[in-house]
Write a protein that binds this ligand. Structure first.
Ligand code: FES
Length: 160
């Protein structure tokens, strides 16, 4: 079967379409239009939605996703792991799942858990930030700082 249609204002023709092929398959595989996705295969997520003449159609449910600014202060404390790095350094990896207000990290280190001082800092780099701290520790703690430099969270003391 041949299909002649207009997608996003562009006329298209597809040949040899089987009557049972889904619209999603024709769009993605035959027309190379990957905008609609096959996700849940249950009719629940809306990823495969296609607008026909600008609408989803009557009685078609869909979930819209909007990208909006949001912020959250995570419960608990940042997670930290310290491992031996190149000579004289510790490789300190830190994350705080859900905390959107972290701008940077400050690494404290010392020979005893009660005797730590700042040895390194770094801007937050995605979900997990790894910092080469110029210290042999072995004890390490990390502070989460907001954009004004205020401490908004402190990890447990770990041994590297
Ligand atoms: S893939 Fe179609 S609704 Fe989820």
């Amino acid at each position: 079967m041949r299909i002649n249609t207009t997608v996003n204002g562009e006329k298209r023709q597809v040949d040899d379409v089987w009557e049972g092929e889904s619209l999603l398959y024709v769009l993605r595989e035959r027309m190379a239009l990957p905008g609609s996705k096959n996700a849940c295969e249950q009719g629940e997520c809306g990823s495969c939605s296609v607008l026909l003449d600008g609408t989803l159609g009557k009685n078609v449910q869909s979930f819209r996703t909007y990208l909006s600014p949001w912020s959250a202060h995570a419960p608990g404390a940042p997670s930290v792991v310290a491992q031996s790095g190149v000579a004289g350094t510790l490789s300190v990896s830190v994350s705080w799942n859900g905390a959107t207000d972290v701008a940077s990290w400050s690494v404290l280190a010392g020979a005893a858990p009660g005797a730590l001082s700042a040895v390194a800092s770094a801007a937050k780099a995605g979900f997990q930030t790894t910092i080469a701290a110029p210290t042999v520790g072995p004890y390490v703690q990390v502070q989460a700082l907001d954009s004004s430099g205020a401490v908004i969270g402190t990890s447990a003391v770990v041994k590297g």
